[in-house]
Design a protein. Structure first.
Length: 259
């Protein structure tokens, strides 16, 4: 027993001497570290946000297309609503009562046994499987009933690149193309005498694939409306938004800088 006690006394005395010598020399006893703690990878600098639509995994991203903006055209992209100032003030005056009625009607429909959710489950670019989701939302305007996405297109996307918008839904829905603006083409295409672009169908059912001309345009916009067949269309009153249909506004624009 005396031998054991003496051994522990020697160990403690040795530790005290080590600590005393370390403090007196102005140094700190080094802390043992494992191998992984010294090999933490450096954080990579953040890229453009939200991410551009690009096909760099499929094509070489070296040549720049569709930049700068067409001569005489605007480099900015006005994404405000097309309603006049008078209409906007009129809508604002009855906003509270309209919203209250809409909520009541919406609640009644949701509680009905035959009500169908008209929200699109997912939206993506088919060619590169790039998902268009809440990170592209404009000022958090993502539902319910109305979704606004602002989607940058990389300057390295060729003007002849096929860009197909793929919409998936859990319900059997009809997607209407209510409106679109493709008036601002790339400068190279404006020099051509004739440009043949395939017209869009008025709606899709079952499989919702939209081969859009966004690669040929400096900026463009599309308004889709999803609903149950025969329940609503593009002429349906806007007050039924979220109840009978869901609206999707997508704005594509060329991002010609790294900002």
């Amino acid at each position: 027993l005396i031998t054991t006690s003496f051994w522990w006394f020697c160990v403690l005395l040795f530790l005290l001497i080590v600590v005393f010598l370390s403090v007196s020399n102005g140094s700190v006893v080094p802390v043992l570290t494992t191998a992984w703690s010294s090999t933490v990878p450096a954080t990579s600098p953040p890229g453009c946000w939200p991410p551009d639509v690009d096909f760099c995994e499929l094509l070489y991203c070296e040549r720049v297309y569709c930049c700068p903006a067409p001569a005489g055209g605007s480099t900015g992209f006005n994404i405000t609503a097309t309603t006049s100032a008078g209409e906007e003030m009129s809508d604002l005056a009855g906003f509270c009562s309209t919203e209250r009625r809409k909520e009541n009607f919406y609640d009644k429909l949701k509680n009905a046994s035959d009500w169908t959710n008209t929200t699109i489950h997912s939206i993506m670019i088919k060619e590169n499987q790039q998902v268009i989701d809440s990170k592209y939302c404009l000022r958090d305007e993502c539902g319910p009933g109305k979704y606004i996405y602002r989607v940058p297109v990389s300057q390295f996307v060729p003007v002849n690149m096929r860009v197909t918008l793929l919409m998936n839904s859990t319900e059997l829905l009809v997607v209407h193309l209510c409106n679109f603006d493709e008036s601002v083409a790339c400068s190279a295409l404006m020099d051509m005498n004739t440009v043949t672009w395939r017209k869009y169908p008025s709606n899709t059912q079952g499989e919702h694939e939209w081969p859009l001309h966004v690669a040929r345009l400096h900026h463009s916009s599309y308004h889709f409306r999803s609903t149950v067949a025969g329940q609503a269309d593009c002429s349906t009153d806007q007050n039924y938004e979220g109840a009978l249909f869901t609206d999707y506004h997508l704005y594509f624009y060329r991002r010609c800088t790294d900002a």
